[in-house]
Write a protein that binds this ligand. Structure first.
Ligand code: PMP
Length: 404
């Protein structure tokens, strides 16, 4: 049965708007996805009907909201095939990675090694640089091949007795490369190192099973998964979370507090100091429920078709350079146009109603690896159509003509 992108689009009110007098063609979902009506309604329904602070009340609204918040945790656990106690809500992937890096900081001695790759987002680089600056850790970098794959043999060579953490992207936000997470995890485990996978992009485009991957930590952001901003999740194996120091201190994360000593709550609450993103959790659950109601394999196939349609449409374009040609990659197209700055490309495309991102994509080491200072990026979602792919190809060809 053909995939019905129009039925998906009908769930996303924003997609019917116009930009610069043209129908919006939103190709920036890798930066942040649009929201289905179910998410918008779940959040406003909570605010209008059932809202209070969580975990501390004995009144009806507090109990209802606590149930809603905890059922959002159950939904994330279901999405990743984890136990709810292994899911910590954070403000996003960035905070989740900072939480892990900071929780491990005291165990890091000068010369201990952290293995990253050239394709990481700054969110999965800078927190580890903190450990270099503050604890004397050494960062080791897995190279990326010319076609945009992780050099797995080189990764194996970088692992050793000093490896304290491996932190790698499951799917690159620039190249679209999808890494073989299970192999990377097995290799990390041969030297006894935990692995953190940055699943910001992968969780959107592929089913993720943290048990099948054998990930120690897995992070993602809600807003790329059709949910709201301000919420993300950290999965940590129970024993890993139990061994980690708290990230922030405050209400809700303690066992008891006296003037002399404190004890901490068990995970996940140990890592959720203060009032959590309650409405955002409710919105994230609605997004996960919405996604679970879709045929995800058909969604992925549709995204791949969109990507192929654009590649075919641009096959004769000798002015185009594509970054990332890994086999099995997801539907993200990063590119440069000869003689044009990526920012200019994005701004001209906007005149045609086409929204793409341009810049370093928070991946400066990767830009350097490919010898560019920036690129433009079109990212495809199930709500995009083949007609939109054609509009993009046409608009990009016209844009290029400005620079020819
Ligand atoms: N990692 C990857 C691969 C990403 O694409 C992003 C978002 N661009 C992040 C991490 C950071 O996510 P956030 O800004 O939502 O914390």
């Amino acid at each position: 049965m053909a995939f019905d992108a129009e039925a998906i689009r009908a769930d996303f009110p924003i997609l019917s708007r116009q930009v610069n007098g043209k129908p919006l063609v939103y190709l920036d979902s890798a930066a942040s996805a649009q929201k289905p009506r179910a998410v918008i309604e779940a959040m406003s329904h909570a605010m209008a009907h059932s809202y209070a602070n969580v975990h501390r009340g004995l009144h009806t609204l507090a109990n209802e909201t606590t149930d809603a918040y905890e059922s959002a945790r159950d939904a994330v656990a279901g999405l990743l095939n984890a136990a709810p106690t292994e899911i910590v809500f954070t403000k996003g992937a960035t905070e989740a990675i900072n939480l892990v890096a900071s929780g491990l900081a005291e165990t890091i001695r000068p010369g201990d090694e952290i293995v990253l790759s050239e394709m990481e987002h700054h969110a999965n680089i800078v927190p580890w640089h903190f450990l270099r600056e503050r604890r004397g850790a050494v960062l080791r970098w897995v190279p990326v091949t010319d076609d945009g794959r992780l050099d797995v043999a080189a990764y194996g060579d970088l692992l050793g007795p000093r490896t304290r953490m491996v932190a790698l992207s499951h799917m690159s936000n620039v190249l679209g490369t999808i890494n073989d997470a299970r192999t990377l995890a097995d290799m990390a485990h041969t030297v006894g190192a935990p692995i953190l996978l940055d699943g910001c992009q992968a969780v959107v485009h592929r089913p993720v099973d943290v048990k099948a991957i054998d990930a120690d930590f897995y992070v993602f952001s809600g807003h790329k998964l059709y949910g709201p901003t301000g919420i993300g999740a950290l999965y940590g194996k129970a024993e890993r979370l139990a061994a980690m120091r708290p990230y922030q201190g405050g209400g809700e994360m303690i066992g008891s507090v006296s003037m002399d000593v404190i004890t901490y709550a068990d995970p996940p609450h140990r890592f959720e100091a203060g009032t959590p993103p309650i409405l955002e959790a409710i919105g994230l659950k609605a997004a996960i429920d919405w996604l679970s109601g879709q045929d995800r394999a058909a969604m992925t196939a549709h995204e791949d078709r969109l990507y192929q349609r654009v590649r075919e449409g641009l096959s004769g374009a000798n002015w185009l350079r594509v970054l990332g040609e890994a086999p099995g990659k997801g539907a993200i197209l990063s590119f440069t146009v000869d003689g044009a700055h990526a920012h200019d490309v994005a701004q001209i495309l906007d005149r045609y109603g086409v929204a793409v991102r341009a810049g370093t994509h928070c991946a400066e080491p990767l830009m350097r690896r490919f010898g560019v200072t920036s690129s433009a990026r079109a990212s495809f979602a199930p709500y995009n159509t083949l007609e939109e792919a054609d509009v993009f190809v046409d608009a990009l060809s016209r844009t290029q003509a400005f620079f020819a």
